[in-house]
Design a protein around this ligand. Sequence first.
Ligand SMILES: *[C@@H]1O[C@H](CO)[C@@H](O)[C@H](O)[C@H]1NC(C)=O
Ligand SMILES: *[C@@H]1O[C@H](CO)[C@@H](O)[C@H](O)[C@H]1NC(C)=O
Length: 195
Amino acid sequence: MFAFRMQLKELFALFSMMSLNVPLAPTGEEMESRFENEQKLKLDLFENYDGTMFPKLTRPLMVQPMMTIDHIRSINEEQGAMTISMTLYFIWTDSRLQWNRTEYGGIKAFAKNHYENMAWNIWSPTIFITELPGVNTQTDLFLNHDVDFLVHYTGSVTATIKVLINTPCLLSFGDYPNDYQNCSLTLMTPYTANV
Ligand SMILES: *[C@@H]1O[C@H](CO)[C@@H](O)[C@H](O)[C@H]1NC(C)=O
Ligand SMILES: *[C@@H]1O[C@H](CO)[C@@H](O)[C@H](O)[C@H]1NC(C)=O
């Protein structure tokens, strides 16, 4: 069992570290060539890909979790809980999804959404989250949510999932605006260390 805990303060710090890159709009020709290259790339990558198989590993798979808070939906002071809308990111490497950029018009990465992935089926880890509102049992994040995948030519896969989380908090509104809320979130995987 692996458990991951993070304080809200750290989450906010992560959030403020993120930056946005806005690319310049491509021309019609560039878009067409990009489309063809991406189509060829996906066909080549997924022709013999089996998403039910664990990625081939020479060492234990590292799944790196990150998260940002989108907004706080509600605060229940009596129960000491908050409902938070969050975006979770999980990053791992699947060496089957590597490619040579020069052979595909320089494509560095492509995205796939949940619906596309039903057909293509990228392997994803099983991750349970315990703090979901109205749910008493653990819920598998990747099976029960819309997931967006970003696949990088190095084989690095970033999965983005939006969730609503009900987290117990030690709420203290005593000395506003210097008060802080101590909330925690537990993510678990059923994998053992030597998978
Ligand atoms: C990528 O492909 C190009 C063109 O086929 C080749 O020259 C180059 O050596 C390849 N790079 C790698 C890292 O395989
Ligand atoms: C937050 O709560 C946890 C568990 O109750 C405690 O271990 C931790 O020290 C608290 N953190 C702060 C900054 O108060």
